[in-house]
Ligand binder design. Structure first.
Ligand code: SF4
Length: 216
């Protein structure tokens, strides 16, 4: 049984694939927070801004077979000529992603990406791996395509992940949960990200352009 919170077609808003038309497949649940506000303060990840519980979002549901889930996801792609670019996100998608599901997607005309906290093993065959470490969690993935770190996190500073090999390294400003004003000059996290990138040019700034554009 695969539990999908929601799935939708939009533009990727962050990181190296910014602007790319993508289907977002959001798996429910995470191993670093149970999704309940009462538990947030004592969780490993304390700043999640996503509803990760249940299957009640748009195109969400509980899928008993790989075929049913893949059919649901691919119905969102607008054409057959271009491979469907699918981003597995969450929650933590690695909790539910199986090799069987990846193989089913790969048997269709797809390119597969994942946004993961990096604490769990991944099945093979994913074409673009974005690791986004959170808090004091133990990141076990040591090689990926993109390392995207929410900054600043006192228990997850960039130096901690210098051993991880990636094609791209990004800092993403950590916003207060009640503030989506990510480009305000008053945004302290943005200023800190810019300062860090300028001092450490291995890292680049990533903004949540979907919030700037006010799209999903
Ligand atoms: S690791 Fe990601 S999905 Fe899990 S609680 Fe943190 S921000 Fe949310």
């Amino acid at each position: 049984m695969y539990i999908i919170k929601e799935a939708f077609y939009s533009l990727q808003g962050e990181g190296a694939q910014t602007g790319r038309p993508s289907i977002f497949c959001r798996f429910a649940s995470c191993n670093l927070w149970n999704g309940k506000e009462s538990s947030r303060a004592n969780s490993i990840c304390t700043f999640c801004d996503t509803d990760i519980l249940g299957s009640d979002g748009i195109n969400g549901g509980k899928f008993k077979s790989e075929t049913a889930l893949v059919d649901n996801i691919l119905s969102l792609w607008p054409c057959n000529e271009t491979p469907a670019y699918i981003i597995f996100t969450g929650g933590e998608p690695a909790l539910q992603l199986t090799q069987t599901l990846i193989d089913e997607f790969k048997s269709r005309n797809t390119i597969l990406a994942i946004e993961t906290n990096g604490t769990l093993e991944l099945p093979s065959g994913i074409d673009w791996i974005c690791v986004s470490p959170k808090g004091a969690s133990n990141v076990i993935i040591s090689k990926c395509d993109e390392l995207k770190l929410v900054y600043p996190q006192n228990d997850a500073l960039p130096e901690k992940f210098s051993h991880i090999k990636a094609k791209k390294y990004y800092l993403s400003p950590k916003n207060p949960l009640n503030n989506d004003d990510i480009i305000s000059s008053q945004n302290d996290a943005l200023t800190q990200c810019m300062d860090y990138c300028l001092a450490h040019p291995k890292w680049s700034l990533s903004l949540q352009t979907h919030k700037i554009l006010n799209i999903a």
